[in-house]
Design a protein around this ligand. Structure first.
Ligand SMILES: [Zn+2]
Length: 414
């Protein structure tokens, strides 16, 4: 990344200097009349007044060290740090970020001393700290003019998401953004050949020319494991500060878990680390929640995910394990039979039937033992706090459904 920022910066500078060079030569060939050469400016300062040092923040390097290395005394550095502390946190300069020092010789001095420090916060923003006059230090944060260009892309997975994006000359940042949007829906570590996504997003350019990465993702469609997963960016407050992604029916993509894997039934045994089991006559922790229901009652996946295990053991009986995202997996035990078409690798949506209640394995009656895994450890599903995820408000739903029509059509026709 650092290199990219540096590249962008040097590229901008190069472009600027090229432009000027061309202008100057052109002017030299013009009529004999004397024309004053245009004085070049950098960040609003006359270039010919300063000695310019361009570098990047090195690891563990402090603001003070940079200035001191460039011949500024510590009392002055301290003064600057004190004066700017409310507007610029010098501790927050980041390794690898580019900066510029404009230095100048004072009248009786042989060495040039820094007068202006320009820090590139991001490719889009920079901060100018002007201490030319040590008694009136000025800090200003500036934004570069940006231009958004609406883009569409569609990619069929052939090798891996990153490789395929690269092959299509698309930014890897797109993969990051998509994996955030679809964190509860698509397992990006197990994409299949032939999975496909379409996306409508903004590309951001600085000063019209320098690519600065991607902006908003307006909408996307992931065709994953043969199922369609739409995502539409939509404001969640009236002022438009907040937003979330919703599917074609206004459901949130950040799925919560269903409270139970059964539509009906009752909790017959809770998660309990100190359960006494009659069957064994000893304490054996119960790491699941039991839902009792008649044999044959459909068992549903409690969230979107991928089937990672389908099998039979003496204890579990017929069971299925589903991975939902990097953090959560769930497991369903004692099934009488599996649902048709469910295999290891199957993509399931929340509420899809994966099997049926039974009494296979160690059990005294028909029930599903529902196990909840967080970061590889079993936890109590009923006590697990989930990230809040609200669907589109029912009052706003008709408007939402109308608002997404145009962009949905655009996605579908890509
Ligand atoms: Zn159980």
């Amino acid at each position: 990344m650092t290199r990219i920022y540096l590249l962008i910066l040097s590229f901008t500078l190069l472009l600027l200097s090229c432009n000027r060079e061309i202008k100057t030569t052109a002017k030299l060939e013009l009529p004999k009349k004397e024309i004053k050469p245009e004085r070049k400016k950098i960040y609003g300062y006359f270039k010919d007044e300063f000695q310019i040092t361009q570098d990047t923040i090195r690891r563990n390097e402090t603001f003070g060290e940079i200035l001191n290395r460039n011949h500024l005394d510590y009392p002055d550095i301290y003064k600057i740090a004190q004066k700017i502390k409310d507007t610029f946190n010098i501790k927050k300069i980041k390794t690898g970020r580019p900066y510029l020092l404009l230095s100048k010789k004072d009248s009786l001095d042989s060495l040039a001393h820094p007068k202006v420090f320009i820090y590139e916060n991001t490719p889009l923003e920079y901060t100018i700290i002007d201490f030319n006059n040590i008694d009136s230090i000025r800090v200003s944060k500036k934004k570069r003019p940006v231009k958004k260009l609406r883009k569409t892309a569609q990619v069929v997975i052939e090798k891996s998401l990153y490789q395929d994006l690269t092959d299509h000359q698309l930014s890897p940042k797109l993969a990051m953004e998509l994996s955030n949007i679809y964190a509860w829906t698509v397992d990006f570590f197990h994409l299949n050949k032939g999975d496909k996504f379409k996306v409508i997003y903004d590309d951001i350019y600085i000063d019209d020319t320098v690519y600065a990465g991607i902006g908003k993702i307006h909408a996307a469609l992931f065709q994953y494991g043969g199922k369609n997963f739409y995502a539409f960016r939509y404001p969640t407050d009236s002022l438009g500060y907040d937003y979330d992604y919703f599917d074609e029916e206004g459901r949130t993509l950040r799925k919560q878990f269903l409270k139970a894997p059964l539509k009906f039934g009752r909790i017959s045994s809770r998660y309990n680390m100190h359960r006494y089991i009659k069957l064994y006559g000893r304490i054996k922790p119960h790491l699941g929640t039991d839902f009792a229901a008649p044999v044959g009652t459909p068992i549903m996946s409690t969230a979107n995910g991928v089937v990672v295990k389908k099998g039979y053991t003496r204890g579990n009986g017929r069971y299925i394990k589903i991975k939902h995202n990097a953090t959560y997996s769930t497991q369903y035990l004692h099934m009488s039979k599996f649902a048709k078409g469910i295999h290891v690798g199957s993509v399931v949506k929340q509420g899809d039937v994966i099997g049926y209640v039974g009494m296979t394995g160690y059990t005294t009656g028909p029930h599903v033992c529902y196990r909840f895994w967080k970061n590889g450890r079993q936890v109590d599903a009923l006590k697990e706090k989930m990230p809040p995820a609200k669907p589109i408000d029912s009052l706003l739903l008709p408007k939402y459904l109308k608002d997404i029509q145009t962009i949905k059509k655009e996605l579908d026709s890509l």
